[in-house]
Design a protein around this ligand. Sequence first.
Ligand code: DAK
Length: 268
Amino acid sequence: MSEPGTAGVEGTEEPLVLVERDAPIALVRLNRPAQLNAISNGLIVALANALADIAAEPAIRCVIITGGEKAFSAGADIAEFAAATAGDEALTGRAAAWDRIRRCPVPLIAAVDGYALGGGCELVLTCDIAIATPSAAFGLPETTIGLIPGAGGTQRAIRILGKPLALEMILAGRRLTAEEALQHGLVSRVVERDALLAEARRIAGEIAKRSPVAIRLAREAVAAALETSLEDGLAREREGFAVAISSEDAKEGFAAFLEKRPPHFRGR
Ligand code: DAK
């Protein structure tokens, strides 16, 4: 999974992301612990590649993205940025990798322990669902180093957290505790560290039980709420509903309910 010359631990062939497959769930762990999982170009490309590989495997129905105990991710690699300029190919490649992650066709669950700052917080905002331990801390401190969030933070934080809180985070460096993140809808649960992955797997397992067609259409309709007007979003929902109700999966879901048995969805 590692890219040439982008070893997780400098000078070694340690991969930048570790992938464990246990169908229907894959777990992807960011793996630059000495740099608090700072997002280098290599790391973001490795993550996008790992998700593309996983998305091509029909047996995998949900992906959990996690980091370490001290940090989910402390954000973009500042040392790398220090050597970059706006037109750099690496920066362009980084944006393309973020776009690929955003469009991942498989649901993503962020399981967050420790710092989720800058790009780390943006990765959480990009995931479908996020859960956290009580030690998690969320922030968008880019302006502290003269940058602005570059992976969707200015757009998603305001939609998810509302303007005053998003702007306090972006303009004044406010960090959210896990409880605050829960209260404001950035995460859906806070669980103890030793239960974090089990809880993420439990949620992933629930997603995997359901119709893949319905999951895909529901994600697309919900994404429209963040991306378009209410009118367009409602139209997208109506279109998705029409596709869902004509699917084999829906027929199976109705039959299973009426016959009082579990459904066997085939993703069609
Ligand atoms: N980059 C590089 N190295 C980092 C790092 C980072 N973001 N965060 C931590 N490290 C490294 C430290 O340099 C240190 O390395 P050594 O000195 O041991 O070699 C090691 O990780 C441990 O960090 P600390 O010694 O600082 O640990 P502390 O416990 O004292 O502090 C901290 C932890 C997380 C509070 C602190 O490390 C910190 O403030 N880190 C920086 C957080 C930050 O400012 N993040 C935002 C970065 S800007 C874009 C996409 C995304 C973005 C931009 C554009 N495009 C698609 C265009 C995103 C931008 C950002 O995220």
